[in-house]
Design a protein around this ligand. Sequence first.
Ligand code: DGJ
Length: 720
Amino acid sequence: MITYHEQNRTIKLDTPNTSYVLGIREGGFLLNLYYGRRLPDDNLWSLAKRLKSASFSPCDPDDPNFSQDVAPMEYPTNGRGDFRVCALSVRGADGSSVTDLRYVSHRVTAGKPDLPGLPHLYVTDDTQCETLEVTLCDPCTNVEAVLVYTVFHDCDVIAKHVRLTNRGNQTVKLERALSSCVDLPSMDFDLVTLWGRHAKERQLERRPLGHGLQGIHSIRGSSSHSHNPFAALVQTGATETTGDVYGFNLIYSGNFTLTAEVDHDATTRVVMGIDPTDFGWLLAPGDTFVTPEAVHVFSADGLGSMSRTFHRCYDAHLIRGRWQKQKRPLLINSWEAAYFDFDTDKLISFAERAKELGIEMLVMDDGWFGKRNDDTNSLGDGFINEKKLNLGRLIATVHGMGLKFGIWYEPEMISPDSDLFRAHPDWCVHVPGRTPSIARQQYVLDVSRPDVRENIFAQMRSVLGTYPIDYVKWDFNRNLSEASSALLPAERSGEFFHRFVLGTYALQDRLTREFPNLLLENCSGGGGRFDPGMLYYSPQIWTSDNTDPIERLNIQFGTSLCYPASSMGAHVSACDRTGYRTKGDVALWGTFGYELDPNKLGTEDREIVKAQVKDYHKYYDLIHSGELYRLLCPWDNAFVCAWSFVSEDKREALVTVVRMRRQDDVLLHLKLQGLDPDAMYTVEDTGETYSGALLMYAGLEMTDKAWDDGESCKLHLLAE
Ligand code: DGJ
């Protein structure tokens, strides 16, 4: 609900359990009075008071207590006396970058506007949310900023983006155009972020805030393995189940910044948006620039509840299309089974064995096109390698067995050894006069160019339109360097990175529109582009190339901070760190599949796999529609990890425990969460019965489950 209090000049945005309050101050300054647990409709102006500590900074001549430098500014700008990190900086025709935004008007509407060309949260019906648009304007340049906030009625989420329009008559340049700013009156927080690298994505890091700037960013051209566009401010001492937590996530797949600044008054400002490094956007009179959308979640009950809010929201309002709710096919992927070494018959043999095990789809990974038998060539040549493959026969045979069929692409890349590169050497991202740098033996195609996109799409269509293909894995295997486009004039070179991302979005949008039945899975050397931007186009993303179940625990726990189980590609592979049971128990958490040669499975392991396939069906609804509870996290406990999915009605739960390292002589009372304390639950395998209260408050005694390193167990609880 959004309410405007005319007398107080405040606007209050309420989700079911949170409030976000704006104040319009004299002089037209828009302030962020409050964000947190839901409040009644009090006058909140007292919260705008700050210490009189801006003695060197400009103050309101009529009110020396008001300075932008210490006020909680809603969308802070550059050069007018707020010296903290700002959200907007516009260089005017006079060369100055002073930017000043004053309130003009606001309006509230039902529903939510689209962000053209950008992924965003959506609703299926205007009654599901309300949107506030606050219009601000710079009186000198006439640059207008419309701050757009959507509150959802079914989850504690506030989405926010900004529409910047040049209403003046001279061209200006946006040098910094962030999506959101939140000013909090305390620094008693830890900053939680997800760092990583290839095969070690989204590792949780928690550090206390200190004075000054801290945060994460990417300037790699994609959201990247190194940092995920997610951060949380976690009240000092808050845990999985207790304490105030602010979660932030940017719906964007390119360069981003997520920065917190603590000032001399111990207040904390968080800004997020496109990273300003190498960013500059010319705005001619009448032009509009739309920032990516930022997602804000507040939880008064710790990190677990924050995560569940993100999950519910993304399952309902981000993931789209036919596959949003439809059960995803259980797949087997050829990569770890064969790498580039396959032909039609080998893949058919995978499908035959997979079929016997109950697997539902065969995915042919890298190596089917051009003359590609290793990673030195052929990206850009999306025609079938007929020496290696009879695609028609392969698909007909696989479909004939009742299996679906999927295929791998890396559309934004080009090999120097490719027909496409020989025909269009200028189509790769490069700076004329400099040799483009090579990474993983490949260059990047300049997808900011419509002609390049057209070629990529035509090539994809010639395969996808000819053969009945059910699934595409869209890969992206390098960072961008020499980032520049031949089509952009010098003064627009700062637009390249964002235009590149828009180009990727345009391609994925077109693909999913023209092939609405296709199941798209994004990937980037594992999970290097695991972000909500990609999730808007593909309901699932390959989480990591690391399929070792013990390493996966950190990766999946970290990913789950923000992203739902339905989005996490998780496969059982031949890696021998643990037995198949543990591999299956860990992979069940995501969109389940296999990454191995099924011909090589021993008799005993085949039986385990068959049982896993049954489990996949048995627990699918519980895992994909239930709520995740992280019970013992790898960042808190080096020995045991545990998590559970609990059905919405609390009648059913699946608890999974993995012993990472044996720890003798230590009791394990596993306290469950999210159950009905008054219900009696039966453990399916043993028939033992416990109350929800006992399971949650005393814990389930699991010490005698004396498993060895790397073993796991699952408990299925059903309420009587
Ligand atoms: C990186 C992906 O993460 C892998 O799963 C595989 O598809 C390879 N690329 C293929 O080159």
